[in-house]
Design a protein around this ligand. Sequence first.
Ligand code: KIV
Length: 296
Amino acid sequence: MSATPAPSTAPRKKVTIGALRTMKAKGIPASYITAYDYPSACFADAAGIDMILVGDSGGMTLLGYKNTLPVTMDEMLHFTKAVCRGAKSAFVVGDMPFMSYQSSDELAQINAGRLIAEGGADCVKLEGGRKMAPRVRAIADAGIAVMGHIGLTPQSLSAAGGYRVYGKTRAEFESILDDALALEEAGATFVLLEAIPEEPASYVREALKVPVYGIGAGRNMDGQLLILHDMIGAFVGDVSPKFAKRYANVGQVITQALTDYVKDVKERQFPAEEHMYPIDPAEAAKIREYMAQRGK
Ligand code: KIV
């Protein structure tokens, strides 16, 4: 197996909550990406990414689920541990999967604690606004940093009416703003806004003291999040959000490489001389002689 690309030579300092607050104060946007495995975390770290979300979107991007609802705590722990082995500098946020926090404060504390203690994450994320504020408070009271996620919240898609843009009417904006304020009041360290037009999203950010990040929430956020598999063109599925800028077409590169490999194998072009282990000709002669004797 050949080596992964070398990480940048100058080791970066670990990105902390303090560093993220300083970035907000200085108006420096944070770069935020999802990752679910060790190599992706190494690549993200080497690229200078500030924050990694080990999202339950991994259920769709890596495991082939139709949505994020089937993702379990065990799967999230598996992803989170792998990412934390690779991410030496980036701030790692572990996503709380569906039904790992909704039913009680105690359950929320236990599962948030697992993502931190077993998974190695720096912070946890959960979906929901005012209704989830007690969970945010319980987790924060346990000494765990929490990111609240509002706007489009994929874990409640069936109740909320599917993939769509949120905050496009005054009533919806007021509700999102109230949710954001309730999360901050409950002790959220960060808030994430998903799929909200730029202007209302900006008002939410301005109303809060904590850093507010966006995925599909326009330019005026304290940082920008994208789903890795959307941005590198490696997502095999139907969901293709407007906000997902594509920087590469890795799926095409992988498919082409595999197609070339199939052809090489079928045409006996692989392995070539340089892919085989050499042997001392004298030893090879002895082996031939032994095989000849066995054949008698
Ligand atoms: O799981 C995830 O990647 C997320 C983003 C869509 C915000 O929650």
